[in-house]
Every structure is written in C-alpha cells, then in structure tokens.
Ligand binder design. Structure first.
Ligand code: ASP
Ligand code: MG
Length: 451
C-alpha cells in the first residue's frame, strides 16, 4: 500500500490512512509512504540555498519543516509516545541542520549530498507514520528503505538493482510480515551497496512500492492518491467523463505522456512484469486497476487525452527529401538542441514534426533552414485516443474523423503502437474536439470497464 504526499500531509490525513491500513491488516500489507506534501521541494530548496551560501534561508526552511513534523506528530500521538519520538525526530533534524551548515562551509552542493538532504523527507514521514500507526494499534515497524532499495550510484536518478532488492526484501521485510508486523518504509530513497543514500527520481515512491510488491510477490499493489483513478478524459473539459475501472499497462503508458498525472506507468512496470495488478485508489476505495492485459471490451477506446503547447515544424525540401541521410541530418539538429520529437509525418517533399513548444525553436529553425525551407506553427495540440480494442478493427479512422468533421486536422499518426491514434489540431479546437469524440465514443459503455 503506497500513500503519496497528500495522504500523509497532516495529522488528519495520517489518521485516515491508519484506518485504511487497519481495514487491510488481515492481508498483511507493507506500507510505503512519500514525504509529506511539498517537503521534497522544500528540502531541495534548502539544499540549493546552502549550496549558494545562503545559510539563513537554508536553516529557516529546515526550521519550518522541523516544526511541521513536530506539530503533526504532536497531534497524532499521546504524550508517552510523543516523548519517545521526540528525541528521534530531533536528532534527525539536528543532523540535517549540521549537513546544511557543512554544505555552506564547503560552498558546494554535490548530487550525492543533495540526495542525502532530500532523503530526510521520506525518512521523517515514515518515522512519524510508523509511530502514528502504533498509537492506533497497528503492529507497525519502521523499515529503513536504504536497507532494501539497493541502487547504483547515479544520484538523483539511481537505478534500482532488482536482484539485490529482492534479496534484501527477503532478509528484512519478509520476516516482519511473517511475524504479523506491518513494515512501513519511505519511498523514493535507497542506497548503494556501499551504504550511500540515493534517490530514484521525482515521484519515485510509486516505483519503490512496485519494487517492494514485485519482490515480495504481493497479490496486488495499491497506490492511494487524492484523485479517483484515471478518467476517460479531462473532466474539466468534459464534465461527463467516466472513471476507467480497468486499463492495460500499454494503454496507461500511452496516456502517461499526456500528463495523466495519476501515476507514471513506467514506475509500476516491475509489478506488471510479474503480473501483479496495480490499483490506483482514492480514499473512497474506488479507482483504476492497471493490469498486464485487459479483455476485449465493446468500447473502442479507453480514453481521450490532449496535450496543448505543441509546435508543428514543417520542413520542405523538394529535391532533398529522399536523398539518403537527409532525415538523419534533420534529426541530428533536434538532437543537438536536446529537443524531443513526438509525431512525425512525411510526404514526398516535406517532413512535419511536432515538439513541445520551447524556447529553442527559433534556433532549431535557423539550423534547419541551412538544409531546407522551414515553417513553424505554435499553439497546436495533440489529441490522442487510446484503446486496445482498435487493434485490427476496420473503420476506426473513419469514425474518428466523422466525429470531427468541422475541425481542421493538421497531422495524423496511427499505427505506431496499434492502440493509439493521434492527431494534431489547433489549441483553440481542443475542447470542441474532445467533447465531440467523447460524445461519439463514450455513450454506450461497458460497465465492466467504466463507471
Ligand atoms: N517525495 C518524492 C517526490 O516528491 C517522491 C514521491 O513523492 O513519490 O518526488
Ligand atoms: Mg506522487
């Protein structure tokens, strides 16, 4: 069971998750928690301030975080337990403060030290949550993530070493579970074999949960959040959007690029690979189940997503296009500007690509102009329809474009993944396009799949 930052943001939230965990005790859960909401950002800010020599700012931020943890713990615990926790939490913050002073003294913030500073977020939230659980009669035991989540040494984005993690889980988590304890572990952090603290990338607690669940062959992984799972489309654009009850990993992965903020599917891959379902749940227990494979449903699509702030770059080179090496040279320019390309379409004389609108576009265009005639148009959006049922189903494109008759489509891409159909339209047409498509494809819904 993984609880994100908002699920541990204050005493009320922690109280609630204690209830949720209690209801699951018979199923022998392991709990993974994020840092309290915004704490990771604040820790990064204090590390940066210390690195720039701004001691007062660093210590002031540290003081605020200390207060927040103490207030929360005080609200959650009776006097006896609070006294026990008090010195533990204080000594953690004392060492954080010392560390910040050290960074100021050496005048340099290394990635390694930065990881050490941010690790306090999950270390402290897990300490507080464990104590709160114990106070609520949950047999919780703190499990230091750095004992089990073994990674390489790429600070900030360290790569988990699955075999060793599984080994450590057997050594440290399994005995607790077997003894009827509920291990509580901070997400996001780990350590190298040499014991140096690392982090596995922002939002990494989902990843930690998937690693733990996969390593322990859990029956399922529950990601508890404050949203009710994934929706057929953005409810702000389309108020009658439905909850998706079940989605395949591939479908969820296609949607991730479109900012389905719920979770990044790549982070739960370790679980999916072992066929362990991942449930995205809110406190009312409803959400979306992400599984390796879904059954065919009568609905063509699972979701419609939009990504605004797209620029189309059109490269026209009447005599050059089919010359070999031309595409390579074009892509090399994008690469040099560290600019990712999303959709590509080519004709005999032109190439159109889409990129996220960014400040490098004029410079990229200038470089491209050395090869060809170039035109770019901003304020575009990608619309993406995702669904495994479109595989080998004829007439899908006709239905989609029929629903969008009055909307000007600038680029189309289908087939790359077989489960995704994307096209580019003007940003100002997004709401109309989504509403029409939603009305067309989400009216006769399979109750097994949608709510
Ligand atoms: N606390 C970390 C972050 O904010 C990890 C997480 O919340 O998943 O990125
Ligand atoms: Mg998160």
């Amino acid at each position: 069971m993984k609880f994100g930052g908002t699920s541990v943001e204050d005493s009320t939230a922690i109280d609630q998750i204690a209830e949720i965990v209690k209801a699951r005790l018979a199923e022998r859960p392991l709990v993974v928690v994020s840092a309290m909401s915004r704490v990771t950002d604040t820790l990064l800010a204090m590390a940066a301030a210390a690195g720039k020599g701004d001691r007062d700012k660093a210590l002031d931020l540290c003081h605020q975080v200390r207060e927040r943890h103490f207030n929360t713990a005080g609200e959650l615990l009776g006097t006896g337990l609070f006294t026990e926790l008090h010195s533990e939490v204080h000594s953690e913050f004392d060492s954080l403060e010392q560390l910040l002073r050290g960074i100021v003294a050496v005048g340099e913030l290394t990635p390694r030290t930065s990881d050490y500073v941010v690790s306090f977020g999950e270390r402290l939230s897990s300490i507080v949550v464990t104590a709160a659980f114990v106070a609520r009669d949950i047999p919780a035991t703190l499990l230091d993530a750095r004992q089990v989540i073994i990674t390489d040494g790429q600070h900030g984005r360290a790569i988990p070493q699955v075999e060793e993690i599984n080994h450590q889980l057997q050594a440290h988590a399994q005995p607790l579970l077997a003894g009827g304890r509920v291990p509580v572990m901070g997400g996001f952090i780990g350590s190298t074999r040499e014991g140096i603290t690392t982090t596995i990338g922002r939002g990494g607690s989902d990843f930690s949960a998937a690693l733990a669940g996969a390593g322990l062959s859990a029956e399922r992984i529950e990601i508890w959040t404050d949203v009710d799972g994934m929706k057929t489309t953005d409810p702000r654009v389309c108020p009658d959007a439905h909850r998706i009850k079940i989605i395949s990993f591939d479908e969820a992965a296609e949607l991730a690029y479109f900012g389905a903020k719920v979770l990044h599917p790549a982070t739960v891959l370790p679980a999916i690979e072992k066929n362990i379902p991942v449930l995205v749940l809110n406190s009312s227990n409803e959400g979306t189940r992400i599984v390796a494979r879904t059954q065919k449903s009568r609905s063509l699509f699972k979701a419609i997503a939009a990504k605004p702030r797209i620029t189309i770059i059109e490269i026209v080179a009447a005599r050059m296009l089919m010359a070999h090496g031309f595409l390579a040279r074009v892509f090399e320019i994008f690469d040099r500007h560290k600019c990712a390309i999303d959709i590509v379409s080519t004709s005999e004389v032109s190439i159109s690509v889409t990129v996220d609108s960014n400040e490098a576009i004029p410079a990229i265009t200038a470089d491209l102009e050395k090869l060809a005639y170039v035109k770019f148009s901003g304020r575009q959006a990608i619309i993406c329809l995702v669904g495994e049922s479109i595989r080998e189903r004829p007439g899908v494109a006709a239905q989609v474009f029929d629903a969008m008759k009055e909307i000007n489509v600038r680029m189309i891409s289908q087939g790359a993944s077989e489960i995704n159909m994307s096209f580019v339209i003007e940003e100002s047409d997004v709401a109309a396009a989504i509403q029409r498509l939603h009305a067309r494809f989400f009216n006769d819904l399979d109750p097994e799949v949608f709510d």
